[in-house]
Write a protein that binds this ligand. Structure first.
Ligand SMILES: [Mg+2]
Length: 213
């Protein structure tokens, strides 16, 4: 009995220290995220990441089969407007409608890196965790947003949907490597886009809207 109460006491202490040191009210957290995206802080961080990315690719040898992988959401395309519409949560119908209506604009800094790499002679391939039934709308949205030159767009097939993001993306990169591509770099807003095999130079973009594990 004494032991149990002691453990209980420790738990209560932990909860108190947790609530006073780490937790913030949800609306405060949302306001902070909104401020980050709307006050220019996001743009400033992106400018910096892309500047450093260009320096990393500057002296990489370009071969005929050299390719840089790009993720789609919050990497090539900007869904901040949708996130706001959804109250910084997730609403299936709103998300589906947004994708179908090709609403997402390009993230301008990513697009600058995309053109920089294309001009140097690198190929580009998009790999996204979006499902295959959204292949067409994703392709069209990328095209409409100005990403008109890429070798292929890879979405997740039904038989791959049990795979977690990192396993899925690693699997696809391994397949591309087996097809003869040399992956020299990988650009994504999640570590699960980047970690794993055949990743090359990893460019991690900021995303404070959600985390894909
Ligand atoms: Mg993404």
């Amino acid at each position: 009995m004494i032991k149990i109460s002691f453990i209980g006491f420790i738990l209560v202490l932990n909860l108190i220290s947790c609530s006073s040191n780490q937790l913030v009210n949800l609306s405060t957290a949302k306001d902070a995220v909104k401020d980050y995206y709307e006050s220019g802080k996001y743009d400033a961080e992106m400018n910096n990441v892309i500047k450093e990315a260009k320096e990393k690719f500057e002296n990489v040898e370009v071969k005929k089969n050299s390719v840089v992988i790009f993720d789609v959401d919050e990497t090539a395309l900007n869904n901040y407007g949708l996130a706001k519409q959804m109250g910084f949560g997730y609403v299936y119908d709103l998300n589906k409608k947004w994708n179908e209506e090709l609403k997402a604009p390009a993230i301008k800094q990513t697009q600058e890196l995309y053109f920089y790499l294309l001009n140097k002679g690198f190929k580009v391939i998009f790999i996204t965790g979006r499902n295959f039934n959204e292949y067409d709308v994703t392709y069209k949205n990328l095209f409409q947003a100005g990403y008109t030159e890429f070798d292929t767009l890879i979405t997740q097939r039904e038989d791959e949907q049990n795979l977690k993001t990192q396993s899925f993306k690693s699997k696809k990169r391994a397949e591309l490597t087996n097809q003869g591509y040399e992956i020299v770099g990988n650009v994504g807003d999640q570590w699960t886009d980047l970690n794993g095999v055949n990743s090359g130079i990893q460019i991690k973009l900021p995303n404070y809207l959600y985390e894909v594990k």
